[in-house]
Ligand binder design. Sequence first.
Ligand code: ADP
Ligand code: MG
Length: 621
Amino acid sequence: MALLQISEPGESPAPHERKLAVGIDLGTTNSLVATVRSSVPEVLLDEAGRALLPSAVRYSADGEPVVGHDALAAQAEDPSNTIVSVKRFMGRTAEEARASAAAYDFVDAPGMVRLRTAQGDLSPVEVSSHILARLRSRAEAALGDELVGAVITVPAYFDDAQRQATRDAARLAGLNVLRLLNEPTAAAIAYGLENAAEGVYAVYDLGGGTFDVSILRLTKGVFEVVATGGDTALGGDDFDALIARHIAGAIAGSDAWSRHDRRALLVAARAARERLSDADETTVGFQLQDGTLVDAPLTREQFEAMAAPLVARTLDAARRALRDANLTPAEVRGVVMVGGATRMPLVRRAVGELFGTTPLTDLDPDQVVALGAALQANLLAGNRSPGEDWLLLDVIPLSLGLETMGGLVERIIPRNSTIPVARAQEFTTFKDGQGAMSIHVVQGERELVSACRSLARFELRGIPPMVAGAARIRVTFQVDADGLLGVTAREQSTGVEASVTVKPSYGLSDDEITRMLADSIDQADADARARMLREQQVEARQLVDSVRAALAADGDLLDTQERARVDQALVDAEAAAHSEDVDAVRAAVHALSEATEAFAARRMDRSIRQALSGRKLDELT
Ligand code: ADP
Ligand code: MG
């Protein structure tokens, strides 16, 4: 399904008619804003001529928050009031945030974590909005007018909660969000892949805090993301942490270092790692709070030995994405490198080896995402130039479905479906006269609800009384262009309807996504067995219910002996419905059907007689 409905390419509007739209890369480490001028995307610079705005905000008891370089410079001296990598906490609970081992005062709050600062408890949405507001004023200063809107990028792996949080942050910053765009997709746009020959491309994005890999397929100017994978908790920061552990490990008393000292070490570790992208050796130099100077040597060889397992993890994720797309590395024509951490020679080598091709590094890996977002924003604002008539397709990372009887998942939208997407399926009632149906929306790859993630629950009420199985309830899942899910349930005969927009209270952690995918593969056999068992159990319960109803209506058709046999079979089937032995359940269902065969035939006769009684023969022909 097309994401953008593109009409005939027209003339470029005159400059004064152009609507000012920007693309924003709201990064974990660095954020950027870009726009399209004279058909060329360019990053907008700050007063000092810098493109990158460090995603750091420092809060003090009074005064405006300090955003960017100045905040970053203060991080060692005022760590708990200087928030960095806030993107990791977007849409997350305090529990999840604490698991990230970041050194902040996390405050439990309904829905999303809050961070304790000198300016009070702030949500990650507020902190992000301060970064976005800074980029907005940078853009308005550079362009000399108000913006009509912005395209904001998010990692492909961001779930609904994280996307919603990003939208909220933009709104708080006074930005009109034209669209959220997956970062790897934006990078592909920046590289102009839509003009390239047809084929499959991979986008490998290793930033400060997240890793994304996407597989894109190009056909006739249309490109589609056919698979995504990655790790929302793996980036340059983790490489810094390895160096820090290595350095601290060699210094006596480092266990007792203050927050300040640990931050100072991390800052020095990052600088050293960046230098090692060009140099063979360097030193990790910083000052402890007590005045001690540390100056530890580090070679690229040492660093690469430490870093290899992290790089291997990114390659595993890349292989998984390829498998999802049913592709081999050799079928990938080119690999786009995105994110500052792809400057590490080890990463470039490893990626080149996996795909058997030299990765594309022509565009500044820090800027590609913002440049692509600017092109997209320009298009959405209506400033299209001739030839810019491409379509764009994204996918959902994990399957979406519903809970059905027996705790089973009915998958409605499979993982890696391109969005926007709408799928509908009909369900029916389980019991006679059932007046309400509860809808439980889940996400994940497993057959059992208990192994998936619960996204939302709602009830459809006012279903007219009908026998079990007669009601027709159409459930529609709709994922919009931003990856947000809306679910609607509608009873077809009366038109009663209920719906929910999924805005889950917290997000999936990266580990959860990885675990859910790995489990779905490991557990496929067990799941299939469990599904069979649950289905048999549901069948047993349904049969028990209907035999009970039949006995109540027409019990007089049975003599005492027959009745005793049916009652016994009922008791057995009821007990079997709770058994974990699929064969036992099946046998009990079979026995109950057999025991009630004659009874069912007699009921049929009776109902036919009733239907015919009092009618003349000619009315029936
Ligand atoms: P994000 O998308 O998370 O905001 P960026 O794409 O800006 O991240 O990448 C930031 C990361 O890139 C940091 O971990 C930084 O250390 C790393 N980086 C920047 N320059 C270099 C370099 N020359 N060598 C190695 N890593 C680098
Ligand atoms: Mg990035």
